[in-house]
Every structure is written in structure tokens, then in C-alpha cells.
Design a protein around this ligand. Sequence first.
Ligand SMILES: *Cc1c(COP(=O)(O)O)cnc(C)c1O
Length: 397
Amino acid sequence: MPGFELFGDLERKEVNDVLDNGVLMRYGFDGMRNGHWKAKALEAELVKTFKTNHVQLVSSGTAAVSVALASAGVGAGDEVIMPSFTFVASFEAILMLGAIPVIVDIDDTLTLDPKAVEAAITTKTKAVMVVQMCGSMGDLNALQEICTKHKLLFIEDACQAIGGTYNGQPLGSIGDLGCFSFDFVKTITCGEGGAVITNNKDYYTNADHYSDHGHDHVGNDRGAESHPFLGYNFRISELNAAVGLAQVKRLPEFIAIQKKNYGILRQAIQNIEGVTFRKVPEGGEESYAFLNFFLPDLEVARKVSTAFKDSGVDVCFHYYDNNWHYIRKWDHLKNTKSLFPLSSEIEQALANLQNKSFEQSDHFIGRNISCLIKLSWTEEEVKERASKMVKAIKSSL
Ligand SMILES: *Cc1c(COP(=O)(O)O)cnc(C)c1O
């Protein structure tokens, strides 16, 4: 998945454009910048890449989720339904707005189970956020139907699924708002950065203003701009945007490499009895950023994970035992370890998590191994890796 693996002259040239004129900020300073508007240029590229009407770059993927929710009016006391398997950023971004993360079970797509979503809806529910984990997607038709029926916002966190599609539409462009990260380990990187995408003009205008202190961006004198509403600072810098501008042009190349490497690994393990794969909904095509497979039970999955490590098969994750991605290890969340006071509604919701079990999620995450697909492997390396994987899995079954 990581674009940083193939980092070179193209990226250097874009960054040097910015260094040469010295304007590191994305807004203003029109006279000094010699025509270089890297953030604006990257937004224009991403409009094409993600087949969407509007793109607002921000400082991170986490910021993208907060800005997306804020732009659609989600805030204090509103409930946002999210999956038990994701990155910690999902609940952080919700909590930052004073909203309440409502965590529900996943299914064999490795994200939201539509039945669990429907069961979690209350009068306070405002949004459903699907997290398109590990290069693939949820059952987007079913989730969209639920949102339409209950008049809820449908948000896609597509940070890990750049380049994946559903019925030919880029992931991230299907819900009311989509969120992307361009941090250092994502498919394309800015170093740090993120984007909110939407076809809704009002949400876009809100995102544009909110991510820059509420500035209305009218005219070319920042000091004279007015503030239609309160905002915050989630701006991306020109330096970061310059890196992304070089990377986005290479996205088709990155996806093609991922697909090839993924194909070799999948083919090698697919006939082993006991190995099954994560469900990709009909009409969906993965970004091939990860190869995800299931083993018969938790014990075998742990054995395979250890056998991979012992035989030098790196970048494969057993998320059940991982601190970052699965609710089982989110003790800081369950114990409300906050530096500052949270609202009593949030405290109550988090306290309830301590008694909640996620057996259905355990059933899938406990048996899942997720292997990152790298861009820099040679074909020999992929083939060698494939045979090591086969050996390690067979010896663990
Ligand atoms: C990386 C990631 C984020 C956060 O992105 P940052 O740019 O690191 O803040 C959010 N959600 C998911 C699913 C991610 O993988």
C-alpha cells in the first residue's frame, strides 16, 4: 500500500517548486508564488481521480473525518455508528466534535454488518460511518438503504481503500461525504494530509471554511475576509500538497502493481483447505492494498501469525492481538482516559462499552490475517513470499 516506497524525482520536483518561491501556505500570497498552487492543483486532480464534484484537502485523515461530520452538521450529543474494526482515528474524530461513537459489529466484509447498524439506530443517530478497511468495502447497497430509510448521513472513511471501486464508482464517492488520508503509510502519501470529498455544494463550502478558521475565502485579502461561522485550523501546507500532487499521478501505476502482487499471493494460498477470503460485495473491486484471509479458528490464526514471523513473512497482521485497530485492545477508550473532561453523555456511552461484547466481530477478526501488499517487491520476492506463506499456513493447520 505505501506510496512512500516509490518516492523520487517527481515528488522532489514538485516540492522544489514550492521551496523556490517560498510560499508554504495554500492560501494568499498570490504575487509571490509564481503560479504555484499545489493544494489547489491536487484538489483538481482528486476531483478527477475520485469522480466527485468537490474535494477539500485537510491536514490528515483524522481531520477529514471530523471536518466531514462537522460540515454536515454533526455535533454535541449526536450518535455516529461506526465499526468495531477500524483505526483509532474513527472514534477520535467523532469525539472531537462532542458527538458519540456507537460501535457495532462487523461481518465477513470486515466492516459494518448492516443488521448490527439497523439494531443500533436510536432517535439520536445522525450518521453511519462505514470504514472501508484494508482495501475493500462494506455492503454499500444495504448500508445506503438503511441510511435513506432512517434519513441518516452516510459517511465513508476510505482512508485505506484509495483506488477501490463499487459498481465502477471510486470508494469514498458513494456516501454523502468521503474521507481520505495521505499519511506516510497510505497508498498515496503527502507525508501528512487528508481529503474530504462530496457532491454536495453546501457541505463542500462548509468544509472549505471550517478547515480554515471559518474564512469565507472571498477576494484576495485574508485580513478582509469575513467569518460566516466558527471554524478551526485543519489546513494542509503547500509542501505536503506538492508531494501528493506527484503521487496522485502515479496512482494507476500503484494500483496495477498491488493487483499483480496480490494476485500471485492469493493464487498461492487459495487452494489450501481451511483458507477462505474476506467477502467483497458484488460489484466491488478491491484496491488490492491488502490480502485478507480467514483461518478456521483463533488458535490456528495465532499459529499462522507466529509462523509468518518466524519465517520472515513480514507486514502481515493478526488484528485480534493488535492495539490499534480492534476494540478488544482499546482500553484507553473503554476506560475514558481523557486529558480533559468529556460530556456526561459521552462518559456514559464509553462506560457502557466495558460491558458490551463483540462476539460476532471476534469471530471474524480472531480468524483473520491481513497482509499488506508492497509496491517495491520484485516478482522473485513475491513468489518466494508466496511459498513461505503456503508452508507456514500448512504447518499451522
Ligand atoms: C490512516 C487512517 C485514518 C487516519 O488518517 P491520518 O491521516 O493518519 O490521520 C483514518 N481512518 C483509517 C481507516 C485509516 O487507516
